[in-house]
Design a protein around this ligand. Structure first.
Ligand SMILES: [Mg+2]
Length: 259
C-alpha cells in the first residue's frame, strides 16, 4: 500500500509496477533521468569494476526509442563512456552536470586549474593517510578520494583531514558521498544540470531516480509535477522510494512493455 505522498517522514515506498504507472504519462513529453551507480549499475567495491545491470543496456535503448532519456552521473563523461555501453539516443551528463555529451568539452579557466592542482596535491596526501585500499580518482574538474576498501578508521581520518585542508583552498567545492569525498574546482549540482537539459530539450515534467547524497540536491530542486525516486535506503527528500537497482531494471521492463 502506498503512503500519503505528502508524508514528511520520508519517501513513500513504491513497487516497480506502481512506479511504471507514475512514469508512463511522462513518456510523451517528459524527461526520464537516472543516476548510474546504485541505480542502473549495482554498487561495487571499486568504481572501475561497475557495469550496467543485466539487460539494462537493451532496455534503455528501447526506452530511448519511445521517450526522452538521460543519465546524470558524478562520473566523468570519459568514465561513463568507457565503462557503460549507453545507447546513443540517451543524453549523457557527467561530472555532476559539468560535462554534457551534447555540449563542447569542459574547459577550466586559469584560476580553476590552480584550484584543481591544489586539490589534487591534498588528495594525494589523503591517499597516503588512508593507506591500503584508498585511491584518488582524477576528473576534468575535480579529484575524488575513494576509501571504500581502506581501513574504516584510517579512511575516516584521511577524509576529515582532507575536508579541513580543502576548506582553505580558494574556489574549492566539496561533495561528500558513500565512502567517497569529491573536491571540485567549479560548483555544480545535478539538479541544475537536469533542469537545464529539460529546458534545452523542451521536456517536462522530469522524473529522476538516484541513490546518492548528490542526488538529493536534484530531488530538492525539482517541482511538484516532477517524479523523484530514491533508490535504496537512507534519508531522502524524494517523493518515492524503490528497493534497489534490480527494482529499477524491473521498472525498465514494465516501461518498455506495451501498456
Ligand atoms: Mg549513485
Amino acid at each position: 500500500m502506498i503512503d500519503d505522498v505528502t508524508d514528511r517522514t520520508g519517501p513513500s515506498p513504491i513497487t516497480s509496477d506502481e512506479l511504471a504507472g507514475e512514469l508512463r504519462p511522462l513518456l510523451a513529453t517528459g524527461l526520464i533521468a537516472f543516476d548510474v551507480d546504485g541505480v542502473l549499475a549495482p554498487i561495487v567495491d571499486h568504481a572501475d569494476d561497475a557495469r550496467l545491470g543485466d539487460g539494462v543496456e537493451a532496455l534503455l535503448s528501447r526506452l530511448a526509442a519511445q521517450a526522452c532519456v538521460a543519465v546524470v552521473s558524478g562520473r566523468s563523461l570519459r568514465s561513463l563512456r568507457e565503462l557503460f555501453a549507453l545507447p546513443e539516443r540517451v543524453h549523457v551528463i557527467g561530472s555532476h552536470g559539468l560535462e554534457s555529451g551534447d555540449a563542447a568539452p569542459l574547459r577550466l579557466d586559469a584560476a580553476e586549474e590552480r584550484t584543481l592542482a591544489e586539490l589534487a596535491a591534498l588528495g594525494a596526501v589523503a591517499v597516503l593517510t588512508a593507506g591500503e585500499g584508498a585511491w584518488l580518482e582524477r576528473k576534468p574538474a575535480s579529484v575524488v578520494l575513494h576509501t571504500r576498501l581502506a581501513d574504516p578508521e584510517l579512511g575516516r581520518s584521511a577524509t576529515e583531514q582532507l575536508l579541513e585542508a580543502s576548506a582553505r583552498v580558494p574556489g574549492a567545492h566539496v561533495k561528500p558521498g558513500h565512502s567517497v569525498v569529491e573536491l571540485l574546482a567549479r560548483s555544480t549540482t545535478k539538479g541544475h544540470a537536469l533542469l537545464t537539459l529539460a529546458d534545452n530539450l523542451g521536456r517536462r515534467p522530469i522524473a529522476f531516480l538516484g541513490d546518492d547524497i548528490t542526488d538529493e540536491e536534484a530531488f530538492a530542486m525539482l517541482g511538484h509535477d516532477d517524479v523523484t525516486v530514491r533508490v535504496g535506503g537512507g534519508e531522502s527528500c524524494a517523493r518515492f522510494r524503490i528497493a534497489d537497482p534490480a527494482a529499477v531494471t524491473a521498472l525498465l521492463h514494465k516501461l518498455v512493455a506495451p501498456a
